[in-house]
Design a protein around this ligand. Structure first.
Ligand SMILES: [Zn+2]
Length: 384
């Protein structure tokens, strides 16, 4: 059995330990120590990393009471080494995890909903609850959570047994009967959990719920606490500053300013569509009727305008074609005719212009890979 220092002092970041075993594995070495402050993954909290002597600790797990440290180089059995955790990472995880207990405890106390899923990701935590909560209700929970942080409550962690355990109410996903580690935040939460936590709620610093969405009859939220919450706030503030500079408005005016931009964009889109149709009509009018084919190459008209152009030209010639694009990017085509069955003729057309596409007897559309000159030459003499 490895002595679990992380349960004696969750803030132990450096310690000395003796190597009791070292075996080669597929991707390095598995080392056991007589005592360790490296927390193996558990309770939704990932494993700690750090160093044992010169060796990097890459992962930690527990097997039959022994803690196995995956390290990148061999260590001498029987020798003692100075060990160090990647402390900031561990502290951030404890801030988030203890914050999660505060939020989950409050949601249980205020609404009676259970935490039914918990994932601690690199950017934020994802937590699922068994019932639906509105954004307003969640913001009230967030207020209460930050009140609990400001109250700087001491966490009480213990292992109740026998009668006491049987009588005690606590939140738990599992039906546990022995070695139950209870993490209590007075007046807020009592929960079975195997992970290291902060000593006092004040260390959590800040609790921020970021998003909420309906999920399996309940709600899925994302949240951040502590230094992660401060960094998240900083990133968002920087985004708003960039947007306010781009739009030349004050930071508290970015929402109406973006709304105005979107409205303007919608109006301009509509105006462009009208202009496109008008231009298509003018181009069609300017072309002389012919017994042969007519082709237009264009780079500004959108699809509805090109379609309108082809519809109008169909009255003036055998086969009417509109090509939009460029030699470099290829051409999209719309081709129409009242005299030639285009569906039947599509194969010979596509072979002539390096294209693919099809449609109805009256109108086909697709893409061509040949250049404008080749397409023009082919199309002039094409009979369908
Ligand atoms: Zn927990």
């Amino acid at each position: 059995m490895t002595e679990k220092l992380y349960y004696i002092d969750s803030h132990m970041r450096e310690f000395t330990a003796r190597v009791t075993g070292c075996t080669e594995t597929k991707n390095g070495f598995a080392v056991t120590l007589d005592r360790t402050a490296f927390f193996p993954e558990g309770g939704g909290q990932p494993a700690d990393t750090g160093t044992v002597g010169e060796a990097r600790v890459l992962d930690v797990h527990e097997k039959d009471g022994r803690i196995l440290h995956s390290v990148d180089r061999p260590l001498t059995v029987g020798e003692s080494y100075p060990c160090a955790l990647d402390w900031e990472q561990r502290l951030r995880r404890m801030q988030n995890h203890s914050g999660e207990h505060i939020v989950s405890g409050l949601i249980y106390r205020e609404h009676g909903f259970d935490n039914v899923g918990f994932h601690m990701g690199a950017d934020c935590m994802t937590i699922d609850y068994s019932g639906e909560l509105s954004w307003k209700e969640l913001m009230r929970i967030e207020d209460l959570a930050n009140e609990a942080v400001r109250a700087d409550l001491p966490l009480h962690i213990w292992y109740p047994e026998g009668e006491e355990l049987a009588r005690l109410f606590y939140r738990s996903k599992l039906d546990l009967t022995e070695n139950v580690r209870i993490v209590e935040i007075p007046g807020i939460d009592r929960c079975a959990c195997c992970a290291p936590h902060v000593d006092r709620t004040g260390e959590v610093g800040l609790v921020k719920i970021l998003t909420a969405e309906r999920h399996r009859g309940g709600v899925r939220i994302t949240a951040v606490c502590g230094m992660d919450a401060v960094e998240e706030a900083r990133r968002r503030q920087e985004s708003v500053t960039v947007i306010s500079n781009l739009l030349s408005v004050k930071r508290d005016q970015v929402v109406p300013a973006v709304e105005r931009q979107l409205e303007l964009q919608a109006r301009q889109k509509e105006r462009l569509a009208r202009l496109g149709l008008e231009l298509a009509r003018l181009r069609a009018e300017s072309m002389e009727p012919t017994e042969g084919n007519l082709a237009v190459f264009d780079s500004v008209l959108d699809e509805p305008a090109l379609r309108e152009l082809v519809n109008l030209l169909m009255e003036k010639c055998a086969v009417a074609a509109a090509f939009s694009g460029s030699d470099a990017e290829g051409w999209r085509y719309i081709i129409g005719s009242r005299r030639v069955d285009l569906r039947a003729a599509a194969r010979s057309l596509n072979a002539g212009i390096g294209g693919r596409g099809g449609g109805s007897p009256e109108m086909i559309q697709g893409r061509a890979s040949a250049d404008a000159e080749t397409i023009r030459a082919f199309f002039r003499s094409w009979k369908g």
